[in-house]
Design a protein around this ligand. Sequence first.
Ligand code: TXA
Ligand code: MG
Length: 320
Amino acid sequence: MPAIDLSAEPQDVEEAARLLRGGALVAFPTETVYGLGGDATSERAVAAIFAAKGRPRFNPLISHLAASEQATEFAELDERAREVAARFWPGPLTVVLPRRRDCAIALLAGAGLDTVALRVPAHALAHALLKAVGRPIAAPSANRSGRVSPTTASHVREELGDRIAAILDGGPCAIGLESTVLDLSAGRPTLLRPGGIPVEALEAAIGPIDRPRPGGADAPRSPGMLESHYAPALALRLDAITALPGEALLAFGADPPSGFAEIGWLSRAGDLVEAAANLFAALRALDRPGFSGIAVMPIPEHGLGAAINDRLRRAAAPRG
Ligand code: TXA
Ligand code: MG
């Protein structure tokens, strides 16, 4: 079914909010680019975002908030974070922060990391939508993987028109370039992506910011080249067909092999979107010292299977 066209009229914003609360995907404008939105608190909706984009990897996503005061519900803000939030939100700035323990944002939205990326967009329609939904909205740029970011509703329609429930049309984006991504989750502030707010303006507010050179020894933890991934403490064994003593099993499909100490389900139905939604929670649940390791059943390589396998392979790789 083609995406419904929605306008800035209040009843259309309410319809978009209703769709999002129900787990559907809705593209919406921000002052930077259009976002492909889903309920950030739903692992399932976040998995559907990755499926619609056709991303071969689970890059972490930005969670959008209606107001900067909401940031403390999800993340730990130190003095620097409070300073940039006060000065640059709402606006084209995304800040990566430590997740709060009780953070309601889906693990998949942070690609399993202990951080969340938050942004309060400065766009009247985005604000109205976020307020109506009453939850954070996870949204990457609303293009298919490997394509440029869309700055009009018709770009979004060309990219994703047959893959999402609705497109909220707010006209062309004023900035047309993605938000600046600033990492404040570790010791030194680090620029992960240049964007709508110049790094000099951020430095004027909080002092020096590291700008790693792409591919350098200090290469950044962002776009698609995250160096620090969530990896379980236990060894991971892929494409397991039979059990080794003391192993737990990450199962996919109706017929798991027997002999494992415990089974954690990715998806009994063999559904890759469900498996993606369960991936990080299931891995964490099995990552306990009582087991000798975690075995993973073969996961098909099509659709979201490619991203699931990419993440599992990297979690299974020898660690340096
Ligand atoms: O302007 C924008 O930022 C648009 C609008 C829709 O908000 N969004 C956007 O999202 O460009 P996306 O997914 O295309 O890019 C998000 C960037 C990626 O480079 C990603 O690696 C980084 O933010 N990012 C998100 N969460 C992160 C995290 N927890 N740690 C490090 N980097 C993160
Ligand atoms: Mg993008």
